[in-house]
Each structure stands twice: as C-alpha cells, then as structure tokens.
Design a protein around this ligand. Structure first.
Ligand code: SAH
Ligand code: DHB
Ligand code: MG
Length: 237
C-alpha cells in the first residue's frame, strides 16, 4: 500500500486495531492486563502476521474480546466470517463456540488462507474453524445450506459490505448478530467519494451497509461500538 500523506490507511492508524482514539495506549494496556491479558497463542499469531508478510489489517486483541463476548452472549454455535486473513479473529470467534460449534470463514487470498490454516491448527481449532477459499460473493451462496447462523462477522473488502449484509439478513437467525468491522471506513465514511481516494467505492457501500443494519424492520437493535475503526453490531429481528 503506497504511503501518502492523505491516506488514513497507514499501518500506524489501523495495524493493530483495538485501541480507541481517545485514550493513551498505556491506559488501554493497563486495562487489558487487568482483564487477564491476551492468550499467548493468540498473541503469537497476531505478532507473526507482519513477520509472515501478511498485511497488518487484523482486528486488535480488544476487538477480539468484543467478538468473543458478543458471540457467547447469543450462545453461538454456527458463525460465518467474511475475511479470514491469518485466522486471528476467527480464533476469538471459535473460543465462544459451544460443543460441536463451527466457524465458517471465507478468504480469497491463497497465501492468507495457508497462514490461517497453520495458525488455526496451532491454536487447536482445526475442527472448529473451516476455511472456504474463494471470493465471498461466490462462497456465501454455497454456505446457505449450513445455516441459519448465529453470528455473521463482516471484515473483507469494504465495497461489498452492503452485499455481504444482504446475505446475512437472509441467513442469520432471529436473535443472532451481524457485526461489521471498519464501519468508520478508515475515517472516510463522511467524505464525498471523490475525496476518499482508494476507498471511493467503499463510501456508498459502507453507507448503505449502515443504513440497512440500522433498519428497525430488519434488526431489533443496532449500535456502533466506538473502537478506533468502528464496529457496527445489530440483532436480527
Ligand atoms: N478478520 C481478519 C482480518 C481480515 S482482513 C482478522 O481480524 O483477523 C480482510 C481479508 O479479506 C484479507 O485477508 C483479504 O484477502 C480478504 N478479502 C478481501 N476481499 C475478499 C473477497 N472478495 N472475498 C474473500 N476474501 C476477501
Ligand atoms: C484494511 C482492512 C481491514 O479490515 C482493516 O481492519 C484495516 C485495514 C485494509 O484493507 O487496508
Ligand atoms: Mg477490519
């Protein structure tokens, strides 16, 4: 990714995610330690993402705990994730699963999927997480027969978020959750598309995503968790 002065998608602004803009890292680290710190296996998976040459665009550990807590709160046994990268967020989702539960995660980059497969094995989730390689718009229709799902976590290409949400509306059960990372669109959600540079196509897509996830006819409740990236969550009606 080229570094330009206008881009908000610099590694520093989003690489490890999880922090909220308003608080210093030292405070966030202190609080995270009080909550028990990160599991060493997950910490290693996260640390090795850039070392293995993958882009550092995973969620952070605080967001991981948010995902795990949300998934547990609805008793999730069947989860779909769109955008695997190295399997880091998938592991947090898998931690929430009851016995026999499963996370289906979709990834179109074979190199990412290969790293994820290793990581998932080392975390002991080989049976609980299935990686589906392919473009999400091709793979998701094939997953319908495995549903309905308790949770759908959307974290892949932003220009298709509204399409992934349309699938989730049809395939997440009543009382289940839809969660979207990067809902602030790297700080560009409110900009005119022509001012959003490489995220031009993401602007209308993320706005439609948010309009739909806030539709009270489809979701009984919707909230924006103000992580640094913005994490939208809604309960399917
Ligand atoms: N959820 C991961 C991060 C995902 S990063 C975590 O937090 O640990 C987004 C991933 O989506 C990248 O690995 C990228 O290759 C993948 N991706 C992007 N567009 C995609 C598409 N159309 N179909 C499937 N995967 C896609
Ligand atoms: C990017 C994607 C993400 O899902 C994220 O959390 C941060 C950055 C990206 O495509 O640059
Ligand atoms: Mg993301």
């Amino acid at each position: 990714m080229p570094k330009t002065s206008v881009s908000l998608k610099t590694p520093a602004s989003h690489s490890s995610g999880g922090s909220t803009a308003a608080h210093p890292r030292a405070l966030l680290d202190f609080a995270a330690e009080l909550l028990g710190g990160e599991n060493p296996v997950l910490e290693k998976i996260r640390r090795e993402i850039p070392e293995k040459g993958l882009p550092p665009i995973n969620i952070g550990p605080e967001e991981g705990k948010i995902l795990e807590t949300l998934a547990r709160s609805c008793g999730a046994r069947k989860i779909v994730e769109v955008g695997t990268l190295a399997g880091y967020s998938a592991c947090y989702l898998a931690r929430a699963l009851g016995p026999g539960g499963i996370v289906h995660t979709v990834e179109y980059d074979a190199r990412h999927a290969a790293v994820a497969r290793q990581n998932i094995e080392s975390a002991g989730f080989a049976k609980a997480i299935v990686i589906h390689e392919g473009a999400a718009l091709d793979v998701l229709p094939r997953l319908c027969s495995e549903g309905p799902f308790d949770v759908c976590f959307i974290d892949a290409d932003k220009a298709n978020y509204h399409r992934y949400l349309r699938w989730a509306v049809e395939n997440v059960r009543s009382g289940g959750l839809v969660i979207g990372d990067n809902a602030y669109l790297f700080g560009k959600l409110h900009l005119a598309p022509e001012k959003a540079g490489e995220d031009a196509a993401g602007v209308p897509a993320m706005r439609e995503f948010l309009k739909t996830i806030a539709d009270a006819k489809l979701f009984s409740s919707c909230a924006m968790i103000p992580t640094s990236e913005g994490m939208a969550v809604a309960v399917r009606r």
